[in-house]
Ligand binder design. Structure first.
Ligand code: ADP
Length: 196
C-alpha cells in the first residue's frame, strides 16, 4: 500500500496504458483507464457505453460530465483509498478542475503528473500496428489523426497547468518498455514520490 496518487498524460499511442500497468504494480495501487472503462461499457452496451460510443468512434472526447461522474465513483471505491494511478484522465481543463474537487473531498492530493513524450509520426505508426493487432475501432488512420488533434487542442495545454503546480515529471516515451518504467521511477524518486 502506497498512498501515491499519480496521473499519466501524453498523446494517444505514447504508451500510457503499458506504463500505467507497470507503475501500478510497482506502487501497489490500481491503474484506472477511462478509455478501458468506456470500452468495457461499450462492449456490454450499458447506458454509459451507449452514450460514449459515438464520441469514441469519432475520436472525440466523451463529455466531461459523464467522464467526471465515472471517475468520481471509481476513486471512491475502497481499493483507491491508499492511492491510484489515472491513465487518460484528466483530458480537459474542466476535468482537471473536477479532479481537484474530488481530491479535496477525500482530503487527498496528487503527487505527480507524468508526461510521456512521443513524436507524432512514432505514435501514428504504433497505432497503425495496434489497429492490425487489436482491431480497435478508433485506431483507423483518420480517427487517429483526429484524436491527435483533440489531444493537441484540449489536453496538451494541461501540461503547463501541472508544471505550474510543480507536479510535472516529463519522460521520453521512446525506447524499451522496461527502460521507460525505470526512467519514470527514477524521476519520481527524485521528486520524492516513492512507494511506502
Ligand atoms: P488514447 O489515449 O489512445 O486516445 P484511450 O483509451 O485513453 O486512448 O481513449 C479512447 C477514447 O475514450 C478517447 O478517444 C475518448 O473518446 C474516450 N476517453 C478516454 N478518456 C477520456 C477522458 N478523460 N475524457 C473524455 N473522453 C475520454
Amino acid at each position: 500500500m502506497s498512498n501515491v496518487r499519480l496521473l499519466l498524460i501524453g498523446p494517444p499511442g505514447a504508451g500510457k496504458g503499458t506504463q500505467a500497468a507497470r507503475l501500478a504494480e510497482h506502487f501497489g495501487i490500481p491503474a484506472i483507464s477511462t478509455g478501458d472503462i468506456f470500452r468495457e461499457n461499450v462492449k456490454n452496451q450499458t447506458e454509459l457505453g451507449k452514450k460514449a460510443q459515438s464520441y469514441m468512434d469519432a475520436g472525440e472526447n466523451v463529455p466531461d460530465s459523464l467522464t467526471n461522474d465515472l471517475i468520481h465513483d471509481r476513486i471512491a471505491q475502497p481499493d483507491c483509498a491508499d492511492g491510484f494511478l489515472l491513465d487518460g484522465y484528466p483530458r480537459t481543463a474542466a476535468q482537471v478542475e473536477a479532479l481537484e474537487g474530488m481530491l479535496a473531498e477525500q482530503s487527498a492530493t496528487l503527487d505527480a503528473a507524468v508526461e510521456l513524450v512521443a513524436d507524432v509520426e512514432v505514435v501514428v505508426n504504433r497505432l497503425r500496428q495496434r489497429a492490425i493487432e487489436q482491431g480497435r475501432s478508433d485506431d483507423s488512420e483518420d480517427v487517429v489523426r483526429h484524436r491527435l488533434g483533440v489531444y493537441a487542442e484540449q489536453t496538451a495545454p494541461l501540461i503547463d497547468v501541472f508544471r505550474d503546480k510543480d507536479l510535472l515529471v516529463t519522460v521520453d516515451g521512446l525506447g524499451p518498455i522496461e527502460d521507460i518504467t525505470e526512467r519514470i521511477l527514477g524521476r519520481l524518486q527524485a521528486a520524492g514520490v516513492v512507494a511506502s
